[in-house]
Write a protein that binds this ligand. Structure first.
Ligand code: SAM
Ligand code: SF4
Length: 346
């Protein structure tokens, strides 16, 4: 991790109201992890036995709010809450309500495994959350349980249906596809999304963290392969490169449905030149790139005796200088990044 003083020391005279990195990319999107804990243990995301961040090192709800406020005041218009499972954090709804009222925040979104949505979907909507991404890798209860280790498919489907009923602006299913496990289900998953008129994106597995369930080289399933399988049932029409706040998914429309099908392809299709985002882990580490370790410690600033929102904002502004140009995921066996996805926030 870089020394924050290196960055806070090199202060420009006036705080800017936009974040621009050294490659002239404007950062407008923050993914904020509110917990590393989860009620599932998805085989591609976590090992069976996980050590979580000690409670004392986890940012408080107030510290998370300060970070959200600093970013919005620096021109970040979209924040996605993630984790771990964001909806199992104690009192997370109080943070979400406050964030929903932040001036300058155009879009509040959340990524969830859906386990708590049946209970919380209406409250999330009322608190200003506009977009919800829900993970769903299989429609077979036994396979779903295997992939998530603890998940209950009926509960997640009920959560998705509660989200649909709550009327969010956008709902997207995220499915990580592993060869030999769930690649045979992609057409059924598209049908599931079409029935509900919601979007679905298929994600290539990323080499984050040392997992014990499978060899990622053997389970790799490329987006191109999936696209061919789906297009044989539903002709897909490309929407072009991701724009604005949208993520790295390449989206396709279908003439007979409002649903769109997306592919997130960190291996086979690199969108780093369009990157508009940074991440903050629940320990307060500002990660400048998902696939690199470049980061600075915001918690040290938040817990410093001389803390001020301005100091926090300067650290964020100056950190833009170390945002890397791109990641270099390849298909080698060893994870290039040892942190697990539940730390990074998807
Ligand atoms: N618990 C929530 C969930 O599952 O949606 C939010 C956090 S989870 C880390 C965010 C997203 O990352 C999920 O869609 C999950 O499928 C995806 N993910 C986790 N590990 C991954 C990996 N190794 N490669 C690609 N996607 C991964
Ligand atoms: Fe939990 Fe989401 Fe990771 Fe699955 S993908 S273990 S639900 S954080």
């Amino acid at each position: 991790m870089a020394d924050i003083n290196e960055y806070t020391g090199a202060m420009k005279s006036t705080l800017p109201n936009t974040l621009i990195d050294q490659f002239q990319r404007r950062v407008t999107y923050l993914r904020l992890s509110v917990t590393d804990r989860c009620d599932f243990r998805c085989v591609y995301c976590m090992a069976e036995d996980m050590e979580f961040v000690p409670k004392a090192e986890v940012l408080s709800l107030e510290e998370l709010y300060q970070i959200a406020r600093a970013f919005t005041e620096l021109g970040v218009g979209k924040i996605r809450l993630t984790g771990g499972e964001p909806l199992i954090r104690n009192n997370v709804m109080s943070l979400i309500k406050r964030m929903g009222e932040l001036p300058g925040l155009d879009q509040l979104a959340i990524t969830t495994n859906g386990s708590q949505l049946q209970r919380l979907a209406p409250e999330l909507k009322a608190s200003g959350v506009q977009r919800v991404n829900i993970s769903l890798d299989s429609l077979n209860p036994r396979k779903f349980r295997h992939l998530t280790r603890h998940g209950n498919l009926d509960q997640v489907i009920a959560g998705i249906d509660a989200a649909v009923a709550a009327g969010f602006k956008g709902i997207k299913i995220n499915a990580v596809v592993l060869k030999g496990r769930n690649e045979g289900e992609v057409v059924e998953l598209v049908k599931f999304a079409r029935q509900r008129e919601i979007d679905i994106a298929f994600i290539e597995e990323m080499p984050l963290g040392l997992i014990d369930d499978h060899d990622r080289v053997l389970t790799f399933c490329s987006s191109n392969e999936l696209q061919d399988i789906i297009a044989a049932s539903f002709p897909l029409h490309p929407e072009g490169d991701p724009q604005g706040f949208s993520g790295p998914a390449r989206f396709y429309s279908m003439t007979d449905s409002a649903s769109r099908v997306g592919f997130i392809s960190p291996h086979s299709n690199n969108f780093c030149h369009l990157c508009n985002r940074v991440r903050v882990t629940v320990e307060g580490r500002l990660l400048l790139c998902l696939g690199n370790e470049h980061s600075i410690d915001l918690r040290e600033i938040l817990r410093g005796d001389d803390y001020s929102l301005e100091k926090l904002k300067w650290a964020i502004v100056n950190a833009m200088d170390i945002k890397p140009e791109r990641h270099y995921f390849d298909n080698s066996e060893a994870p290039q990044i040892v942190r697990f996805m539940n730390m990074t926030g998807g």
